[in-house]
Design a protein around this ligand. Structure first.
Ligand SMILES: Nc1nc2c(c(=O)[nH]1)N[C@H]1C(S)=C(S)[C@@H](COP(=O)(O)OP(=O)(O)OC[C@H]3O[C@@H](n4cnc5c(=O)[nH]c(N)nc54)[C@H](O)[C@@H]3O)O[C@H]1N2
Ligand SMILES: Nc1nc2c(c(=O)[nH]1)N[C@H]1C(S)=C(S)[C@@H](COP(=O)(O)OP(=O)(O)OC[C@H]3O[C@@H](n4cnc5c(=O)[nH]c(N)nc54)[C@H](O)[C@@H]3O)O[C@H]1N2
Ligand SMILES: [Mo]
Length: 771
């Protein structure tokens, strides 16, 4: 595969705010490149995240009931522009290029071909995709599936598909006999979905949008807000203007949490100032050092409480809350008291005085929100990170009261919702009895495969078929080398997609590419135009109404494709009237309500209201759905930054894989990571200057990176450029997915199995000639 670089490379410091003119310029450039400058794209964007419009296909951040005139951000607009491109990737393209040739193209060039137009079948003899009629594709896939053992078939979902499509998809898989329903969430917030229920009895966060205007302190752990959920910059800006402290922990000095210039505020845009200072305190923590940092803060809070007790001042701990609502405080307190400061300082890389300062600010705040992202979840101790943040919040009763709560910032626009409506490999999370009773079939009861287990099954041959409802599975997962090689032994490989990506180029014996409508497009079915729905990060459900003309006449909607696959595979095996559901998605919503009455009461009546409706999250009312009916303090088992990394070997570095401002996951919009000042290449290794010197390297040198996991598996990425950057010593950073070949499959969060993509053991190799 050719490296992700261009001929012009420029790397320099970027000190401008996020937002501002840079953001607008970037959008205009993107619209021009996709042939959209005069195509009504700007009026389309006015519909984004509005009650009468469509919900953005980028991130899952909350959508307000009273939207701004432009309720979109730079990255949401880029996602729309990329999705609604004028470019088309039809049969002529596939006739002109063999799959083997395309395998050499960078991710950006593949998706850049534009929207897929026709169902295609891979022909092994010509090594090309060839057009096929929809009916023939469905019939063949159905026949292939009926010859396979359902336990060997995987039904993957990337977090974009609607609640309606997802609900139907998981029913199809279960009627067929498979609970192998991994989701992109398995690579993302699964540490949350496992960790939060143990702490507070809820798999999702407890805050709503209103809480952001009521809080008096916000924490940000491991989230790159300015890039991955930029609309959240507005509530932060408002909080800062109210004088509220925002305390951030991140190994990289991410611009969005440093400074922001609101593109929707003409006065701010025209004034020469540098925008709003977003974090009152920004700590460049060591990668994986969050448990240590939070331990330090909690230890210092305890010391403040000790002092209060001595002097008779009001207690710093919320003792009434701890007494009435929690379990396990004593063990947690003992853990804090016995953990020495030296270890805390060493592991977090933050000085004791700084952590004491944070504790001081924290102890004065009465309503605190703990926001976090992949910097906490994608670690070996990802679930313990989540526990630890809950511990910190619970100490002062900061869960289940206005203005406070735990706030996992989810990724894909409906990733949280998919889990809500049954996309899960864990049977205990799904109302199987209801499915059995309502739709008259016997669902499998055993646990299915998650993402990592799917990869293991592909490698050992026990997985025989893969159906992907969106996504770019092979590119997004770890251990790229082994997974790609083994993938070719699959019997059946089906991808439902909008655009061409690398996963589509790794065929099995029988391979189909099925093009679908995007959520931004009108979806016309027998009873008229259809709505779909999605759930945002704050457990709020919104309707979404397609606005643009479909990219091509032969595209089918995701619900229709799922229904046709089901009819071709499991006809007569349930009472589901697939055609009637497709004719009118309101029927599907009625069924979601029937299966999940607590969360979806009056679904069809409520989901189009401005601002949507909230699911009933019990923990936000201090009802704890844990086995002991309490919120649980859970002391961590380790302070180590990563137990798989041998820090005693001085040449081993901890690699953090990150997203650029010019990508959405494996979708690479371009090579301009404006906010980090990196232009023209993604093949960089951001390193601390002292490490560069210590390892005898120099700025701009071309190096290889290899795995230092100590398991004798060769993993290597060629041609990275040494780039001095502000990052703690011992850590280095580079882009996902280019660096995924370096992540061992077994290097993953305990229990949750999220690949530990934020702490990968690596070593620099200098055999490549330096420039
Ligand atoms: N524009 C854009 N938006 C997106 C996406 C995208 O790719 N592009 N992806 C979507 C998806 S699916 C997701 S899951 C979210 C992801 O959004 P984020 O959660 O923001 O994910 P990342 O950008 O991978 O990493 C987050 C931050 O964690 C920091 N970090 C790394 N290691 C550590 C650590 O050990 N401790 C701490 N405290 N910080 C650490 C990194 O420096 C980085 O700034 O965004 C969603 N939105
Ligand atoms: N090293 C490393 N690896 C990571 C991560 C990391 O931070 N570091 N992050 C992980 C995370 S958080 C996630 S969520 C995963 C992402 O993994 P995935 O969700 O599998 O990947 P995406 O890149 O979001 O998928 C992009 C593809 O989705 C298809 N698509 C786009 N829109 C639609 C649509 O409307 N319908 C359908 N059917 N298809 C559509 C297009 O064909 C596009 O090429 O990657 C994970 N991998
Ligand atoms: Mo994600």
């Amino acid at each position: 595969m050719r490296p992700s670089t261009t001929s012009h490379i420029e790397i320099r410091k970027y000190n401008h705010p996020t937002g501002g003119w840079g953001s607008l310029k970037s959008l205009i450039r993107k619209a021009r490149a996709q042939g959209l400058l005069t195509s009504g794209i700007w009026s389309t964007l006015l519909k984004q995240n509005k009650a009468d419009g469509y919900m953005c296909v980028s991130c899952s951040w909350a959508k307000p009931a009273e939207p701004r005139p432009f309720e979109f951000c730079e990255n949401g607009a880029k996602a729309t522009i990329w999705d609604q491109t004028k470019r088309r990737c039809g049969p002529e393209f596939f006739a002109a290029h063999s799959v083997n040739e395309l395998l050499d193209w960078p991710d950006h060039d593949l998706e850049k071909q534009g929207r897929l137009l026709e169902p295609m079948r891979y022909n092994e003899v010509t090594d090309k995709y060839e057009p096929v009629a929809w009916e023939a594709a469905f019939r063949d896939i159905g026949e292939e599936l009926s010859k396979l053992d359902p336990k060997s078939v995987v039904f993957y979902t990337s977090g974009r598909a609607s609640l309606e499509a997802s609900f139907m998809y998981q029913l199809f898989a279960r009627i067929y006999g498979s609970s192998n329903l991994p989701d992109s969430s398995n690579m993302c917030h699964e540490s949350t979905s496992v960790g939060l229920p143990e702490s507070i009895g809820s798999p999702v966060g407890t805050v709503q949008l209103e809480d952001f205007s009521r809080c008096d302190l916000m924490f940000f752990f491991g989230h790159n807000t300015g890039v991955t959920a930029p609309r959240l910059l507005h509530p932060i800006e408002e909080a800062r203007q109210r004088g509220i402290p925002v305390i951030t922990f991140n190994p990289l000095p991410e611009r969005g949490l440093k400074r922001f210039k609101n593109p929707q505020n003409p006065i701010e845009m025209l004034s020469p100032g540098a925008g709003t200072k977003m974090s009152s305190d920004f700590f460049q923590i060591r990668g994986g050092g969050d448990i240590a940092a939070m331990t330090g803060i909690a230890k210092a809070v305890l010391a403040l409480d000790d002092a209060a007790r001595r002097t008779g001042a009001p207690r710093v701990l919320d003792t009434a809350f701890i007494e009435e609502h929690t379990h396990g405080f004593d063990a947690f307190e003992a853990y804090l008291r016995r953990t020495p400061w030296e270890k805390i300082d060493l592991r977090s890389g933050i000085a004791r005085a700084d952590l004491e300062h944070v504790a001081d600010v924290y102890s004065k705040a009465s309503a605190v929100i703990g926001n976090y992202g992949m910097g906490l979840t994608q670690h070996r101790h990802g679930t313990e990170n989540v526990h630890m943040l809950c511990n910190l919040l619970l100490m002062r009763g900061n869960i289940g009261k206005p203005g406070a709560g735990v706030s996992p910032l989810r990724g894909h626009s409906n990733v949280q919702g998919q889990r809500t409506v049954g996309i899960s490999e864990k049977p205990e999370l799904v109302p199987l009895d209801k499915f059995a009773e309502f739709y008259r079939f016997e669902p499998p009861r055993e646990k299915g495969r998650d993402t990592v287990e799917t990869c293991e099954g592909v490698i050992d041959g026990s997985v025989r078929a893969f159906i992907g409802l969106g996504g770019n599975f092979v590119r997004a997962v770890p251990e790229t080398g082994l997974v790609e090689d083994a993938w070719r032994h699959l019997r059946l490989h089906v991808q439902i997609a909008t655009k061409l990506n690398r996963s589509h180029l790794i065929p099995g014996a029988v391979t189909y590419l099925l093009p679908c409508l995007s959520r931004i497009e009108k979806d016309l079915q027998a009873t008229g135009e259809q709505h779909v729905s999605v759930e945002d990060s704050t457990a709020c459900i919104h309707g979404s109404f397609g606005y643009r003309t479909p990219a091509g006449p032969n595209l089918l909607s995701e619900p229709r494709i799922v229904a046709e696959l089901a009819k071709a595979t499991v006809a007569g095996k349930s009472s589901i009237p697939w055609d009637e559901w497709v004719a009118d998605y309101a029927r599907v919503r009625d069924e979601i309500e029937r299966c999940y009455p607590d969360h979806f009461k009056d679904f069809n009546k409520r989901f189009l209201a401005p601002g949507g409706f909230h699911r009933d999250i019990k923990a936000s009312k201090r009802v704890w759905q844990t086995p002991n009916k309490k919120a649980n303090f859970k002391p961590p088992t380790m302070l180590e930054t990563d137990p798989d990394i041998d820090v005693s070997q001085s040449d081993v570095l901890t690699l953090i894989t990150v997203r650029s401002n010019d990508q959405f996951n494996t979708t690479v919009y371009g090579y301009r990571d404006r906010l980090r000042g990196i232009d023209g290449t993604r093949m960089v290794l951001l390193m601390n200057e002292q490490d560069i010197e210590r390892l005898g390297l120099h700025d701009g040198q071309e190096i290889d990176l290899e795995s230092a996991a100590g398991d004798n598996v060769e993993r290597r990425v060629h041609g990275l450029r040494v780039t001095p950057y502000s990052i703690p010593r011992g850590d280095c950073a580079g882009y996902y997915p280019e660096l995924n070949p370096l992540i061992p499959l077994w290097h993953r969060a305990e229990k949750a199995h999220v690949p530990a993509a934020k702490s990968v053991p690596v070593r620099v190799v200098t055999s490549a000639p330096s420039r």
